[in-house]
Design a protein around this ligand. Structure first.
Ligand SMILES: *[C@@H]1O[C@H](CO)[C@@H](O)[C@H](O)[C@H]1NC(C)=O
Ligand SMILES: *[C@@H]1O[C@H](CO)[C@@H](O)[C@H](O)[C@H]1NC(C)=O
Ligand SMILES: *[C@@H]1O[C@H](CO)[C@@H](O)[C@H](O)[C@H]1NC(C)=O
Ligand SMILES: *[C@@H]1O[C@H](CO)[C@@H](O)[C@H](O)[C@H]1NC(C)=O
Ligand SMILES: *[C@@H]1O[C@H](CO)[C@@H](O)[C@H](O)[C@H]1NC(C)=O
Ligand SMILES: *[C@@H]1O[C@H](CO)[C@@H](O)[C@H](O)[C@H]1NC(C)=O
Ligand SMILES: *[C@@H]1O[C@H](CO)[C@@H](O)[C@H](O)[C@H]1NC(C)=O
Ligand SMILES: *[C@@H]1O[C@H](CO)[C@@H](O)[C@H](O)[C@H]1NC(C)=O
Ligand SMILES: *[C@@H]1O[C@H](CO)[C@@H](O)[C@H](O)[C@H]1NC(C)=O
Ligand SMILES: *[C@@H]1O[C@H](CO)[C@@H](O)[C@H](O)[C@H]1NC(C)=O
Ligand SMILES: *[C@@H]1O[C@H](CO)[C@@H](O)[C@H](O)[C@H]1NC(C)=O
Ligand SMILES: CC(=O)N[C@H]1CO[C@H](CO)[C@@H](O)[C@@H]1O
Length: 704
């Protein structure tokens, strides 16, 4: 290096260091709020989970969140995506956490990083990689040496990654908060003393990572110092018992904008007015200074990522819908609320709060400092509007509403008065798939006992056999019978989610459980042959469980099988069973664009009640950039792939109490598509008609 080169080099380093030092922010807190660079803040935050959308969608989602008045984007970290095998990491594509955080930074927002690494989140296995299950003597989420080792290993990995990218606010990055564990209080009692020791350990472990920004424990009343305990729920303005120390602020980390939906369930619609009421109450009554919308954008549970029975579309009712479109009036009403609060945030943060009664069900909150004054007038009456007197003026308060008076005089916002126009989502059918000659099919194979290699004299637990490599596990049996018996039936009890029973390659029937009914019985008539009968039962899971204590001990799969012939009954529970993990089509990766060329696809045959059938066709991408979805209403249950990318499980045949499927439209992210010749592959379990599928674009239109 010449000396002038050296000077340039030194100058560059100084320049870089300079800008780095300038951007570094100290993040602390006190009893009122988070303090960033010496300034107290009221922060509006929204959950957007990076793997539930695509990198191509992230910039627009984040900018719509910013325009909606958010300051912070909150996300979980998804351990099972990032470490599918111990020590093998994946941070590519949708899993590119660093890219997601940098995109948020570019747009000038903060990040709350909820590492967990247990996350629940209606995500398969609560975010745990399944290999944890096979760690000897492991007990998850308690004072258990093996578990703590792996938890610390992954948490450290993520924190180091963030640190090496300079992403903590203490380094000039956008991350102002991180979370360890998740709603642990729900399970703590089950672990007794070990539970409390674990909370202490987790807190110390996290703090020891020296991120330079505060850590949270949500729904953990006794979160050890200096961790902040926070509230999750629908009504934290009513339910939160408060910070566990006068030096900690009141944070609401999950204010549910809707609720997740399960197959067989109906959407949970939470109105814009109701959300606005509870957010405002939390700020007024609980001195709340951080509110996170769970979810602000839910997105799509692509692949097999949803937990038991949870539908593929996630929190579609959030302010940004599944496709990232504004859901009005929710988005606009909350934007106005954020602006009203921001217009007086200094007074809220620096002022002294007092409260007073305005009627039997009416109350007021005032924040005052140096001649400045903010008032909240609350009408808790769910039915009647009410006129209150406040400082010699009268105010009409609609039922169940709060008026915000940033100057203690003029109402700039009332939670029940919606000025934003509603919109409605529209679907336009771009293409149908009704010509049979455009389809091919492949019949999956029903294995017989003789074709299986894993044999056991009992019914094995499903997850331990499949290792979650597939939703499907075949239980096969050779049943020798001496008499022919016309009045016979097969009964199978299951702790998985769906059962399909076959005898000698013929479908006998099936049954399924539901999110709330964990165990169910399949009973189907069966014609027994004299001699050998090949019984094959397909046990299906629709996602692994995601919650509760002792997740590692959860049992799924068949629990008892019996054949009845006239008066005789044969208990087959402890017979010799042969097992096959997954389907032939899965082994062949038939859904891959460049799948094994030896696969013999056939022309489309009878489309009625064809079980275990793969269907394949091709289509061109709809023009423009509107979101794309497949309408799968004519199908039964299965999974769909576009260009080898799974767009999730579908389950049309499971109807809700009104007789409707829980989800018929399945999002195909634009970035999965090429202009022409996209491959579409479906695996249909129980029978459906692919000729009535359509490809739709999604848009929204104002309703006046
Ligand atoms: C995790 O464990 C592996 C294997 O023991 C080790 O190589 C690695 O350094 C650990 N990572 C962290 C971040 O502790
Ligand atoms: C809110 O802050 C005021 C001080 O400004 C305090 O007197 C009051 O108890 C706090 N309310 C709650 C619910 O923490
Ligand atoms: C003020 O709030 C406190 C705490 O919620 C409550 O106990 C008290 O009754 C309120 N005072 C009035 C006058 O409403
Ligand atoms: C309200 O009016 C009364 C009587 O006119 C007056 O004495 C009082 O100061 C007024 N209060 C406020 C807050 O303006
Ligand atoms: C509040 O309303 C009064 C009259 O109603 C008006 O004179 C005043 O300018 C308003 N203040 C603000 C901040 O808009
Ligand atoms: C899981 O399967 C292995 C054999 O693959 C067996 O040794 C182990 O006992 C099983 N564990 C459970 C919990 O069933
Ligand atoms: C069928 O007959 C054979 C020979 O009589 C006997 O050993 C076997 O137990 C019988 N099987 C059943 C299922 O009844
Ligand atoms: C049962 O399976 C065996 C082995 O695949 C096969 O040879 C036999 O024909 C099957 N029996 C019937 C009745 O289908
Ligand atoms: C099957 O075997 C297990 C373990 O040996 C035993 O506990 C159970 O009672 C048996 N079930 C039946 C139906 O025979
Ligand atoms: C393709 O499938 C055939 C038959 O199942 C198999 O023998 C062959 O190894 C496969 N080839 C590849 C490249 O996977
Ligand atoms: C298809 O299956 C359903 C339910 O098992 C049955 O009701 C229906 O008749 C079947 N349709 C045809 C065409 O086989
Ligand atoms: C804490 C809280 O408000 N929990 C509520 C969250 O929403 C569910 C579903 O509506 C309610 O059942 C809970 O009470």
């Amino acid at each position: 290096m010449t000396s002038s080169e050296k000077e340039n080099w030194v100058a560059l380093v100084i320049l870089l260091l300079g800008s780095w030092t300038l951007a570094m922010a100290e993040v602390t807190y006190d009893g009122r709020s988070l303090i960033i660079d010496g300034q107290r803040k009221i922060l509006f935050s929204g959950s957007i989970h990076y793997p539930r959308s695509t990198p191509q969608m992230w910039p627009a989602l984040i900018s719509k969140a910013k325009e909606g008045g958010l300051d912070v984007i909150q996300t979980y970290v998804f351990w099972n995506l990032h470490e599918p095998q111990f020590g093998q990491y994946d941070f590519s594509g949708r899993y590119d956490l660093v890219r997601f955080i940098k995109e948020i930074q570019v747009q000038g927002l903060y990040v709350c990083l909820r590492i967990g690494p247990y996350i629940e989140s209606e995500w398969t296995y609560g975010g745990f990689p399944f290999w944890l299950h096979d760690v000897p003597a492991i007990v998850y989420r308690t004072d258990n040496q093996p578990f703590k080792l792996y938890m610390q290993n992954f948490t450290t990995k993520i924190v180091s990654m963030m640190q090496s990218e300079g992403l903590y606010a203490s380094q000039g990055g956008p991350i102002i908060l991180s979370q360890i564990e998740n709603e642990y209080q729900n399970v703590e009692k089950a672990f007794g003393e070990d539970g409390s020791r674990y909370v202490q350990w987790a807190a110390e472990m996290a703090v020891g990572l020296k991120t330079g920004v505060p850590w949270l424990m949500c729904k953990q009343t006794d979160a050890p110092d200096p961790l902040i305990n926070t509230c999750n729920g629908m009504r934290c303005g009513e339910t939160f018992t408060g910070p566990n120390s006068p030096n900690k602020p009141a944070f609401w980390t999950e204010n549910w904008t809707s609720f997740y939906q399960v197959y067989g369930g109906e959407p949970y619609i939470r109105s814009a007015e109701d959300i606005a009421f509870h957010v405002t109450l939390f700020i007024a009554r609980k001195n709340g200074s951080y509110v996170n919308y769970y979810m602000y954008h839910g997105g799509t549970n692509l692949g097999r990522t949803s937990s038991s029975y949870v539908i593929t579309s996630y929190y579609d009712q959030a302010p940004l819908d599944e496709y990232g479109l504004l859901r009005q009036p929710k988005w606009g009403h909350l934007k106005e609320l954020h602006a009203a609060i921001k217009s007086c945030s200094t007074t809220l943060l620096e002022g002294k709060q007092s409260n007073f009664s305005l009627g039997q069900l009416q109350e007021g909150y005032v924040f005052e400092e140096e001649g400045k004054c903010v008032a909240f007038l609350v009408n808790n009456d769910h039915v009647k509007m009410f006129t209150v007197q406040f400082r010699n003026r009268s105010y009409e308060l609609p039922s169940k509403s709060i008026s915000i008076l940033p100057d203690c005089q003029n109402v700039t916002f009332n939670t029940a008065t919606v000025n934003t126009k509603s919109n409605r989502r529209m679907t336009s059918t771009i293409q149908t798939f009704s010509s049979a000659d455009k389809w091919e099919q492949f019949q999956d194979v029903i294995p017989n006992f003789d074709q299986t290699t894993l044999i056991s004299n009992s019914l094995l637990e499903q997850m331990n056999v499949t290792k979650d490599k597939s939703d499907y596990l075949w239980y096969t049996l050779r049943f020798e019978h001496n008499l022919s018996c016309s009045e016979s039936k097969l009964t199978a009890q299951s702790a998985a989610h769906v059962t399909h029973a076959f005898a000698d390659g013929t479908y006998l029937g099936g049954a399924h459980g539901s999110h709330d009914v964990k165990s169910f019985t399949t009973q189907v008539p069966l014609k027994l042959n004299e001699g050998t009968n090949n019984i094959s039962i397909l046990s299906v899971m629709v996602g692994l469980p995601d919650a509760g204590a002792f997740l590692e001990r959860r049992f799924a799969g068949l629990t008892a099988v019996e054949i009845q012939c006239s008066e005789e009954s044969y208990d087959l529970t402890n017979s010799t069973w042969g097992y096959q993990v997954g389907l032939l089509g899965e082994q062949l990766e038939i859904y891959e664009e460049k799948s094994n060329s030896s696969i013999q696809w056939s022309p489309l045959g009878n489309t009625c009640n064809q079980t275990l059938t793969w269907y394949k066709t091709a289509f061109d991408s709809p023009k423009g950039d509107e979101p794309v979805a497949l309408n799968l209403e004519s199908m039964g249950k299965g999974q769909a792939w576009v260009n080898g990318e799974s767009i999730g499980r579908y389950w049309i045949s499971f109807h809700d109490s009104k007789g409707q499927p829980s989800q018929t439209l399945y999002h195909v992210p634009r970035s999965f598509l090429k202009d022409i010749g996209n491959s579409l592959v479906l695996f249909e379990e129980e029978g459906g008609n692919p000729l009535h599928i359509s490809l739709d674009t999604i848009s929204s239109t104002n309703i006046s």
